[in-house]
Ligand binder design. Structure first.
Ligand SMILES: [Mg+2]
Length: 192
């Protein structure tokens, strides 16, 4: 990358950690079918229905976070970011509680954390822009690494450079500026 990267924004699931979040099962439990996206459908609920949905979702998220596995290469990458004084952030559609579980479990400093309670969820650009602001950086100084189309869309809309961590479910994205095959490949983009 031919520009100075001062901040790296990460998606959580599939990028920092591997988590077994069974979205189809969550939707079955909440809505009785497996259509669409959970958060967008929950937006249309209110009162006790909404509370019930949030409880179910948080239960799944807690269990997944407790059993999460750290992705290979994350700790060395974070050490490298610290060494070159590059800021970092996490933008996730998950709850702040589940991020806290992951942080504690692996002793990770994730930097700025933007969860679904802080801004409208991806693919809105807002959580990405909020992460840039909280890091004190402009969008031109940041890259966003994700493993899913909603990440690439959010990043593209926000105007940051997008990096797709390629995987079987998302081998390609028109909204990705760069693609990598493992988190360690990011080191190639970051000058010493
Ligand atoms: Mg993800």
């Amino acid at each position: 990358m031919d520009f100075p990267i001062k901040g790296v924004i990460f998606d959580l699931d599939g990028v920092i950690v591997k988590q077994k979040l069974d979205f189809a099962a969550i939707k079955q439990d909440i809505f009785g079918d497996s259509e669409g996206f959970i958060l967008e459908r929950m937006e249309r609920l209110s009162g006790p229905e909404r509370e019930r949905a949030e409880e179910i979702l948080e239960g799944y998220e807690r269990a997944a976070a407790e059993e999460a596995e750290l992705n290979d290469g994350v700790k060395p990458l974070f050490a490298h970011l610290d060494k070159r004084k590059t800021r970092r952030a996490v933008v996730t559609r998950n709850s702040r509680k589940s991020v806290a579980i992951v942080q504690e479990k692996f002793g990770l400093d994730l930097g700025v954390v933007i969860s679904r309670g802080d801004a409208p969820p991806k693919p809105s650009p807002e959580p990405i822009l909020l992460a840039c602001r909280r890091m004190g950086l402009s969008k031109e100084e940041c890259i966003f690494v994700g493993d899913f189309e909603l990440d690439m869309l959010a990043g593209r809309r926000a105007g940051v450079r997008t990096v797709l961590l390629r995987n079987p479910a998302q081998p390609f994205s028109e909204n990705a500026d760069f693609t990598i095959d493992s988190i360690s490949n990011l080191l190639d983009f970051l000058s010493p």
